[in-house]
Ligand binder design. Structure first.
Ligand code: NAI
Length: 250
């Protein structure tokens, strides 16, 4: 742990892989002390080694909601402040509508939505003491249009967009900007799982993406760094698609 008063402090959930790691890497390279939170200590450790000395790790399974207040207390104790929170951790499940059990639905809801609320609440308590901060939620194309076989995921990501707007209206007057990024189809483990076994879905993705190719995790990293910076100081409550045009593609 380190307490360098000259550097901003960020938390990136699910920062051990994929989009979260790319965001953490951009932040760390921009001299932001970046704490990546995830479940797998080994994965976090190797991510930290790649992201360099501004990267720190804290292990937590965010679906255990009761662990979240302690996690945030530990961050504040170690770093003194929290300037940026990126709610990136998420899980997906592809199943026919009628095959999804109540337990399946609840488990996606807990990780993708309830934990985002719980960690945001705890972080906002600290941001209010500091007089400001910055929250970025990671949404999805599943909140922009209807996608089959991802009912629980779609419900959570659509709720994230609503929560982003509600939080922005309540918290922006207090100096806390809240925005979301809606990634299009980005090359990560999650999309490999969802698309490699489903060539029809994959060709649909390409056919309705005007740029014609999938994005890189770093594309989302750049957008997050922008939204977290003063260059975006008059932007709050938006859902920014970073999608090669997928959301407006024919
Ligand atoms: P990923 O599976 O590579 O990364 C997700 C990360 O979240 C992993 O590091 C995982 O360990 C962590 N995580 C999951 N459950 C957790 C829990 N209970 N506690 C702590 N950490 C947990 O997936 P990817 O693609 O990088 O996804 C990141 C975010 O971007 C997710 O919210 C996803 O819904 C969203 N997204 C991704 C898209 C894509 O094309 N890859 C498209 C749209 C949205």
């Amino acid at each position: 742990m380190m307490n360098d008063q000259n550097k901003k402090v960020a938390i990136v959930t699910g920062g051990g892989s994929g989009i979260g790691f790319a965001i953490a890497e951009k932040f760390a390279n921009a001299n932001i002390q970046t704490i990546i939170v995830g479940r797998d200590e080994k994965k976090l450790q190797s991510a930290k080694e790649k992201a360099g000395p501004n990267c720190f790790i804290m292990q937590c399974d965010l679906s255990n909601l009761t662990e979240i207040p302690v996690l945030i207390e530990n961050v504040v104790a170690g770093f003194g402040r929290i300037d940026i929170l990126v709610n990136n951790a998420g899980i997906n499940m592809k199943k026919d509508f009628t095959e999804v059990t109540d337990a399946d639905f609840q488990s996606i809801l807990t990780t993708n939505l309830c934990s985002v609320f719980a960690i945001s609440r705890e972080v906002v308590k600290q941001m209010l003491i500091q007089g400001g901060g910055n929250i970025i939620n990671i949404s999805s194309m599943a909140a922009q249009y209807g996608l089959p076989k991802v009912i629980a995921y779609s419900a959570t990501k659509t709720a994230i967009d609503g929560m982003t707007r509600a939080m922005a209206t309540e918290l922006s007057p207090k100096g806390i900007r809240v925005n979301a990024i809606a990634p299009g189809f980005i090359k990560t483990d999650m999309t490999a799982k969802a698309l490699d076994s489903d060539p029809e879905r994959k060709s649909k993705v390409f056919s309705r993406t005007p740029m014609g190719y999938m994005g890189e995790p770093a594309d989302i990293g750049d957008a997050a760094l922008f939204l977290a910076s003063d260059a975006a100081k008059y932007i709050t409550g938006i859902v920014l698609p970073v999608d090669g045009g997928n959301s407006i593609g024919f």
